[in-house]
Design a protein around this ligand. Sequence first.
Ligand code: LLP
Length: 405
Amino acid sequence: MSLDIKTLVQKYNTPLYVYDFNNIASRYKELKESFEGKKSLVAYAVKSNSNLAVIKHLAKLGAGADCVSIGEVKRALKAGVKKYKIIFSGVGKLDSEIREALEKDILLLNLESEAEMKRVEMIAKELQVEARISIRVNPNVDPKTHPYISTGLHENKFGVSIDSAKRMYIYAKKSKYLNPIGIHFHIGSQLTELSPIREACEIVADLVRSLKAIDIDIKFFDIGGGLGVVYNEEETIDPKEYALNILQSIKGLDLTIVMEPGRYIMANAGIFLTRVLYEKRNGNKRFVIVDGAMNDLLRPSLYNAYHKIEAVQKDGEKSSADVVGPVCESGDFLGKSVPLPPLEHNDILVVHSAGAYGFTMSSNYNTRGRVAEVAILDGKDYLIRERESFEDQIRLEEACDTSWQ
Ligand code: LLP
């Protein structure tokens, strides 16, 4: 993104998330076009960045939404995603969420256990509707990614085994209130190798074939999200290769491919801008203390994730520094051993690849307000979320009666 960062910072202050909306569109289109000529739905994983303006931008391009709470479903609807393009997944849906999702008549509910299926059936019966469902299969393949974002092994909490999935489909087929139209898997996030995806596709496609043989006709083949991106110098998966492999594994089946990309669309469309407060040394160690912290961008602290960090318009000999925030935790860092030139108060650092799982994982820890978010479209900047004030933060506490104290 060719941005005048200094102007943005003057206008919106720091810390700040900035997203390149042109980049978001081109990533969406690239993926969609890889499946050209085939029936496909790109259901954007709202959890990666749920700003309404981001969802609206994707909805206008024709994207659907993959949601994991009724809140996300409501965001998607509010942002203009068509109800028949919305999927509701998640291992622990509340009764109230199931009810609302059925009432809103979204494309399907993705089920993750037999017990959940029974609850959905019961609620559908209460409402006298037929619930369109898919079942999340855990294909037990190793996605070769960080253990915290690996989901497709039996040791992970997600999905059901092939055998239980089969039993569930047979049950659902017989039920008056369930309509099994889809199958789903998602083996992990930040996948940089194609072979585990291919392997999972083949396992799940075989299940689709065996279901077809007993007259259970699956229409939606949901391959989840997980496409990796370049944070550092990773080799990533080419979307055309991705599409080719998936289509080969479902050969002969008439299916709509559903994808649930989050990171692929958002990660490198976003940056996080933070301001240098101080430099200090503890012994030989150099620290650059900035105004952004783990509550704003948790990935480095939580996963030891790498985000490239650069100083804006600053020359000088670089030396290694830890970039740390003001939060009272040793784990509060944005980068370790980052090569940086000498820095002064108010210099700006750009933290790259911060568009996915950045803002959405932020919190108010240390009573720090959530930061502002800005969109850049065709060279113009637009505020898409205001900076949270102290008053915003205490509003729900102040709303309570405190006369008992
Ligand atoms: N579909 C399902 C069922 C998922 O669980 C996820 C992510 C996605 C799609 C989207 O995955 P993506 O395309 O973005 O890789 N907070 C972590 C990532 C957690 C991912 C959780 N599930 C991070 O910052 O790396």
